[in-house]
Design a protein. Structure first.
Length: 416
């Protein structure tokens, strides 16, 4: 089987050549050095060829995932080749892809750059290969549903639902521009596979348990940046991806009495249709963590980068793997710190008779109370009390812990 090292070191030759993986997947290296993922397959007695994109934009793991998705389609009697949707015959006939790109260009200036890039990437991955070359006016619900079924089969149910939403927005734009007469993507919404019920994430809710978990994690022989990321995650109760993807520019006032972490809206999970920057007041202990990790990564753009590429964020599963290694697999996941914070701080609110703190704790978790969207969902709402609660939680959680900087020395002595 092909290795990532072999793919990375592949050099151009006088003629194109292949580096084979398995089950039909191979990397084609051109004379100009381009490396393209391809897959040979047979369907209905005929040989077919799929293209999965260029390496390293598409990693070896991603290429194997796409190969697996294609093989599932073949097993289910579906040709994984792009949809046989009607093709635009005349060069001046607007295709779905051309209209979609016009729609994207119109809206991109009002979106965050990262969000705009994600939308275009999703269109290029999940929509254009199946209906991109079809005349937008000729597309009908069966063609839309066929394309979405291929995304669902990966399996990627959420990606399919987002793809349908993007398609629908493009059709609405096309209707307004007199390029098509209806929105077939709106009709198929009820035919999509139902959302899977959310699995309850394991979380340790007792303060004594979570303190022991942190101590066990910090005793591990591990990269100190990951240990510091877990400590920051536990203190701030944000989502793991928001710590992993943080940029230094998001943190302000670290040398003042009001240090703040502003998580941009495009990195936040959309809740109840609302999108806004999330403000996280930082405790003294959280600032100590950031100053400690700055000695490791302060020269780069990210506090918690990938250990191989300083400009790319830490992998989404990195913190979880370390918690598992410490002996907590199936008992606690990184997302579980949010449940720990909510449970313990709501207990404190009840004990102290501070009923209003419950809504403020929800606000700190970026939850929007359905009956208080207008009153409480405000960037600066209750900031003073939020800061007090953040410090109270930090004092409870890290009482008796060594300063964050000590993790750097401990890890270096242990060879981490």
């Amino acid at each position: 089987m092909l290795t990532d090292i072999a793919a990375r070191k592949a050099k151009p030759r006088d003629k194109p050549y292949k580096l084979s993986d398995s089950a039909g997947l191979f990397l084609l290296v051109t004379v100009r050095g381009a490396r393209s993922w391809r897959m040979k397959y047979r369907f209905g007695g005929k040989e077919g060829l799929l293209t999965f994109g260029l390496y390293p934009e598409v990693t070896l793991t991603e290429a194997r995932d796409r190969r697996a998705a294609a093989r599932r389609l073949i097993r289910d009697g579906i040709d994984p080749a792009p949809s046989k949707a009607p093709q635009a015959e005349a060069t001046d006939t607007p295709t779905f892809e051309t209209v979609a790109r016009d729609w994207h260009a119109l809206h991109a200036p009002k979106w965050k750059e990262h969000h705009a890039k994600n939308i275009l990437n999703e269109l290029e991955r999940d929509v254009f290969p199946f209906i991109g070359k079809a005349a937008i006016a000729d597309l009908d619900p069966p063609a839309i549903l066929e394309a979405l079924r291929k995304v669902e089969a990966r399996p990627a149910l959420e990606a399919a639902r987002r793809a349908r939403q993007r398609m629908s927005a493009v059709f609405v734009f096309g209707i307004g521009s007199s390029l098509c007469a209806n929105d077939p993507a709106a009709i198929v919404v009820g035919a999509l596979a139902p959302k899977r019920p959310n699995k309850k994430r394991p979380a340790m809710l007792k303060l004594v348990e979570i303190k022991k978990l942190l101590r066990d994690v910090e005793k591990m022989r591990a990269y100190p940046g990951t240990q510091l990321a877990i400590r920051l995650l536990a203190l701030t109760a944000v989502r793991p991806g928001e710590v992993a993807g943080a940029a230094w520019t998001e943190f302000t006032g670290l040398d003042t009495d009001e240090p703040l972490w502003t998580i941009p809206a495009d990195r936040m999970k959309a809740v109840e249709g609302q999108r806004a920057d999330h403000l996280v007041p930082l405790s003294i202990q959280a600032v100590e963590i950031l100053k400690a990790v700055a000695t490791l990564t302060g020269k780069g753009p990210l506090p918690f980068p990938n250990t191989r590429w300083a400009h790319k964020p830490m992998g989404e599963n990195t913190m979880g793997h370390l918690i598992d290694r410490a002996g907590y697999k199936g008992k606690h996941v990184p997302h579980g710190f949010r449940s720990t914070f909510s449970t313990r701080m709501n207990d404190v609110a009840e004990r102290e008779g501070r009923d209003r703190d419950r809504a403020i704790i929800d606000l700190m978790l970026a939850h929007i109370p359905k009956d208080e969207v207008e009153g409480i969902y405000n960037r600066n709402a209750y900031m003073r009390r939020r800061r007090e609660l953040a410090q109270q939680w930090a004092d409870m959680l890290l009482a008796g812990f060594a300063p964050a900087a000590s993790l750097l020395m401990t890890s270096r002595r242990s060879g981490g």
